[in-house]
Ligand binder design. Structure first.
Ligand SMILES: C[S@@+](CC[C@H](N)C(=O)[O-])C[C@H]1O[C@@H](n2cnc3c(N)ncnc32)[C@H](O)[C@@H]1O
Length: 264
């Protein structure tokens, strides 16, 4: 896998200028003014659901967006995939998206501006908390499913890692893998950790609890890949290249039982 280069400065310098508060969980209130959805969407094919074997014309397709902030990228992603469906067809009604974020205010904004309330839902939830298990399971149960077809996790790993530490990052990745068939992951590179810590210091706040003691550091995309492949039964199937913020977008897919047997 291509290692992340450091040709661009970390986007967190942009966040520094724009962010009026500390946003210790990456819960920036104006995130999409400086990182518009197009930055990521332009790398994602509209045929992605079909490419990974899901057909909204034959079944409900369930998407999960983790750490969805005010929902702009979730909605843009939803519309992006709708483009691949014949206009007015029933298949477009069969794509459902659940977005969640730990910041209640951001979720209220996402709910109030949701143009697809029938098919898109936003809920407040902390992925590191136990209640997230039951919440996600009860959403899936409504569709008679045990996993989402696709889970997207854009720019969240660093915040879980900085706030909760190494073990929590790995547990987070394992959680994501356990709730989906495919995972679209954008992990922040290490240079963003340094910028985030610097920003907090500049604001006169104490450092992230775990920053100095993190042992998982360096090529964060490679660490995520290693954990997902070795511990979670997933494999990297595509890399969509790097965003304008120099972050790679990686697609992982659950290995089928026969694949796993072959590997043993
Ligand atoms: C930098 S923003 C990225 C937003 C969006 N995923 C995107 O890339 O456009 C990170 C988001 O993750 C959320 N977040 C951080 N830790 C979280 C957690 N433990 N559970 C749920 N959301 C979390 C933050 O509140 C914030 O909205």
């Amino acid at each position: 896998m291509e290692a992340l280069s450091s040709k661009h400065t970390c986007s967190e310098t942009a966040e520094e200028k724009e962010d009026p508060g500390a946003a210790p969980y990456g819960n920036f209130i104006n995130y999409y003014t400086f990182n518009p959805p197009e930055n990521r969407l332009s790398l994602i094919p509209i045929t992605l659901l079909e490419d990974v074997g899901h057909q909204p014309d034959t079944e409900a397709v369930l998407l999960l967006d983790v750490g969805c902030n005010s929902g702009d990228l979730s909605i843009a992603l939803y519309k992006h995939f709708l483009q691949d469906q014949p206009p007015g067809s029933d298949s477009s009604k069969r794509i459902h998206l659940l977005g969640f974020d730990l910041d209640q205010d951001l979720i209220v904004r996402a709910q109030n501006s949701n143009p697809f309330p029938q098919n898109v839902q936003f809920i407040p939830l902390d992925i590191t908390g136990e209640e997230s298990r039951t919440e996600l399971a009860s959403y899936l149960e409504k569709f008679g499913r045990s996993r989402f077809h696709l889970c997207s996790c854009f720019a969240v790993t660093m915040w879980v890692h900085l706030n909760h530490g190494d073990a929590a990052l790995l547990a987070f990745l394992s959680r994501l893998a356990s709730v989906c068939e495919c995972l679209l992951l954008e992990a922040q590179p290490w240079k963003c950790y340094r910028s985030a810590a610097r920003r907090l210091r500049k604001l006169g706040r104490s450092d992230f609890e775990h920053f100095k003691t993190l042992e998982i550091r360096g090529d964060m995309a490679a660490h995520a890949k290693e954990h997902l492949e070795k511990q979670c039964g997933m494999e990297l199937v595509r890399s969509f290249g790097s965003t304008s913020w120099d972050r790679s977008l990686l697609l992982f897919k659950r290995r089928s039982c026969s694949d796993q047997e072959r590997k043993q």
